[in-house]
Design a protein around this ligand. Structure first.
Ligand code: GLN
Length: 306
């Protein structure tokens, strides 16, 4: 991106901020309802070492489903291609917490980014790691260079108390034999994973290995292979926004992932990683302002993968 990327982000931020926010904050996880809906931040980390943030980019928020990319990364790093015996790689065209397609596909989730797929990924990690919650946290601490990063008990407990749909999903998949561990243990880990909190600066940095062929920007450490990184990016492009993945590719044109906390991370391979946060969500569960801002950035920078 040319050196004018800062003004492009700034203009996109101001434009998205000036629009009437038609979104609604997620309240089905009670703790998320306590967030200030006017928060809005963005941060870009470039592979050349430069970065830029504006708005509330240093304010931490619940990354929720964005963490599903990190758990998938660890599963692929741990058991490689075998992940795909348990989960498919197709867009679901349904909401993130849908039970619908599990019946037709006999407990094989359509992809790892809808809740059902992420729950199976948690099951895989529990089977293959000594202590999945601890090992996953250590993995993300290393990726993010945040040695004190922790799960948020407040958010995890809030979701544990109300996550009936995820309980249903996990038990339903278990009935087909595609959950190998105790559903209660799998769900505990799933809720912990979703409770991670980061700010936009930390998030864009954490995901920058996927814009860098699977290697950490800071020290070149190989997290996954270039080809594995390519595949995760492909899945983010096709499945990262649930039944709005087509729209995100159409309007923004980058691999990315959203969460119900209102965060979105997106990246342009070999160039930049960008994280935005605005808590009010559109009807598909994706940040209303975040989507607009990213659309502006790729339109005016002409840096989308298309
Ligand atoms: N923890 C949330 C849930 O399971 C994650 C959903 C999301 O961010 N889309 O409902």
């Amino acid at each position: 991106m040319a050196s004018n990327y800062k003004s492009i982000i700034e203009n996109g931020y101001n434009l998205a901020k000036s629009l009437k926010d038609e979104g609604k904050i997620a309240t089905y996880i009670p703790e998320l309802a306590n967030v200030d809906p006017s928060m809005f931040g963005v941060h870009m980390t470039k592979n050349d070492g430069t970065d830029f943030g504006i708005g509330n980019y240093k304010e931490k928020f619940s990354i929720q489903s964005i963490a599903k990319v990190l758990s998938l990364t660890l599963a692929i790093k741990t058991i490689g291609e075998k992940v795909w015996n348990r989960i498919d790689v197709e867009p679901s065209g349904t909401k993130f917490d849908s039970l619908l397609l599990l019946e037709s596909y006999k407990g094989i989730p359509r992809n790892p980014f809808i809740n059902s797929g992420a729950i199976v990924i948690c099951d895989i990690l529990i089977t293959h790691l000594d202590n999945a919650p601890k090992d996953f946290l250590a993995f993300v601490r290393n990726l993010s260079d945040l040695p004190t990063l922790s799960y948020s008990d407040k958010i995890a407990d809030s979701e544990k108390a109300t996550g009936y749909r995820n309980v249903a999903l996990c038990n339903f998949i278990k009935s087909f034999g595609n959950i190998k561990n105790d559903p209660a243990v799998v769900l505990d880990f799933y809720f912990d994973m979703c409770s991670l909190e980061m700010n936009c600066q930390q998030l864009s940095y954490t995901f920058s290995f996927l814009a860098n062929g699977g290697r950490k920007l800071s020290n070149g450490e190989k997290i996954i292979t270039n080809s594995q990184s390519k595949r995760i990016n492909a899945l983010m492009l096709t499945c990262g926004f649930y039944d709005e993945s087509g729209e995100f590719a159409f309007k923004v044109g980058l691999p990315g992932k959203s969460g119900v906390g209102g965060g979105i991370v997106a990246l342009y391979p070999h160039n930049y990683t960008i994280a935005v946060w605005s808590p009010k969500l559109n009807p598909n569960g994706n940040s209303f302002r975040g989507m607009k801002l990213l659309e502006e950035v790729t339109t005016h920078s002409e840096l989308s993968i298309f």
